[in-house]
Design a protein around this ligand. Sequence first.
Ligand code: ATP
Length: 240
Amino acid sequence: MNERRLQVELRHRLGALELDVDFELGERPVALIGPNGAGKSTVLKLLAGGLLPDEGRVAWQGRAWVDTRKGVALSPAARRVGYVPQGPSLFETMRVWENVAFGLRDGAGGREGKRAEALHWLDRWGAASLAERRVGALSGGEAQRVAMVRALAARPDVLLLDEPLSALDAIARRRLRARLSEAIVELKVPTIIVTHDWRDVAAMGARVVAMEEGRIVQSGDLKALGETPSSAFIAEFSGV
Ligand SMILES: Nc1ncnc2c1ncn2[C@@H]1O[C@H](COP(=O)(O)OP(=O)(O)OP(=O)(O)O)[C@@H](O)[C@H]1O
């Protein structure tokens, strides 16, 4: 089978931001980096479908999710994207396991089958003890963990993670970074992660795409970016 591929061409104006980015996502994860306000979260929103670009085309395996010239704009649900935005994204009034079960594909087991599958996923992520809690009773770090489990359990075609480890303490962050890297390899799900931490890039073996002021200024391996950084931000990020 050909490598799975998401082709991205986006132009969008939002307040002072003039976004203009073209890149491809294959099976190797992409780490989207850049200073605050560069437009990273906006790119994920445009890919997830919560926002429609002024112009552009996004195609998964050659099939357009969005094509402004042809008037194509699939709904977020039709894109089969696992999107973990910054900030709260879980259903507040539901229990944790119900959140995870929400995105599961319908199987033969009905509600009980989904509950068992949700518990299995939570257990694998060290979050079984949270299963019966209401989302409103979770800490920020616990909610981030559950949001990631929910996104992965739905077996998305593409995973979009916006600073998914930012609310975690140092030890939890290291553990979850390792777990997430394993899961991405195991599930072979093409992934874009927005991050401010080079350790996320290294753990995932991600290709870096660096954005500044709405544009891609450099891309490649972390090591290569560190050797010839095109900006002070990239130099700082890669530890030069
Ligand atoms: N709803 C909005 N209305 C107007 N302008 C917006 C809106 N959302 C974002 N912007 C503009 O787009 C810019 C980029 O925002 P975005 O959240 O994509 O940046 P980011 O690279 O993800 O930053 P951070 O690292 O701080 O999360 C912001 O600086 C702001 O000027």
